[in-house]
Write a protein that binds this ligand. Structure first.
Ligand SMILES: [Zn+2]
Length: 199
């Protein structure tokens, strides 16, 4: 996959910060492309929402937020609601690349990650979103035994250099404001990994 200056790339995530944690390096390493990021939750979170847009400006991306339930109880959402939220936020439905969560999530566990994966997968497979390439994040945490890390046998592995990794760290700690001992700050993958999904 060559991401070039004409490429239109879409990243769909559950929460503001997921774009940086799991794909920030991919985005920063391809500044020539047009990046759009959609998050399905937290639009009305007056603390997190402005941070999302600040993060996007560091990533040189534009984005849109949905406002689906994100309470700690993680009551399951109907996949149809997740799909509607996404399609309503999309500025267009033709892309060169779509990247989203994996159905098995990146860690144990956040239901919204898994629901986002399922919703986006269906949208791509049903051609409600047209894309040349469809990738999913490839991380695992040993069912909670350790912090999430890239799956080495994934289809694409990107080892980030110091400069790019540091930029990711700055977004997570300085813009999103996560403490350096937080799960998020300790996780920040230095290696990013993606599955290439057939559509
Ligand atoms: Zn998340």
């Amino acid at each position: 996959m060559i991401i070039n200056r004409n490429s239109k790339c879409l990243v769909i995530v559950a929460h503001p910060d997921d774009e940086t944690l799991w794909a920030g390096g991919l985005i920063l390493l391809n500044p020539q492309a047009k990046w759009i990021v959609i998050t399905i939750c937290r639009k009305s979170d007056t603390n997190r929402a402005p941070k999302f847009f600040k993060a996007l400006s560091k990533l040189n991306a534009t984005g849109f937020m949905g406002d689906l339930d994100d309470e700690p109880e993680q009551n399951p959402l109907p996949i149809k609601d997740v799909q509607e939220t996404i399609t309503e936020l999309l500025p267009c439905n033709n892309f060169d690349l779509v990247v989203t969560h994996s159905e098995s999530g990146e860690y144990t566990r956040h239901l919204r990650h898994e629901e986002t994966a399922k919703a986006v997968s269906d949208l791509c497979h049903n051609y409600e979103i047209h894309t040349n390439q469809f990738w999913k994040f490839a991380y695992e945490d040993g069912r909670g035994d350790y912090l999430p890390k890239a799956i080495d046998k994934a289809d694409l592995l990107i080892e980030l250099n110091d400069k790019i990794w540091q930029k990711k760290c700055n977004i997570i700690t300085e813009i999103y404001g996560f403490d350096k001992n937080s799960f998020e700050a300790k996780t920040i993958p230095r290696k990013e990994a993606f599955w290439h999904i057939k559509i």
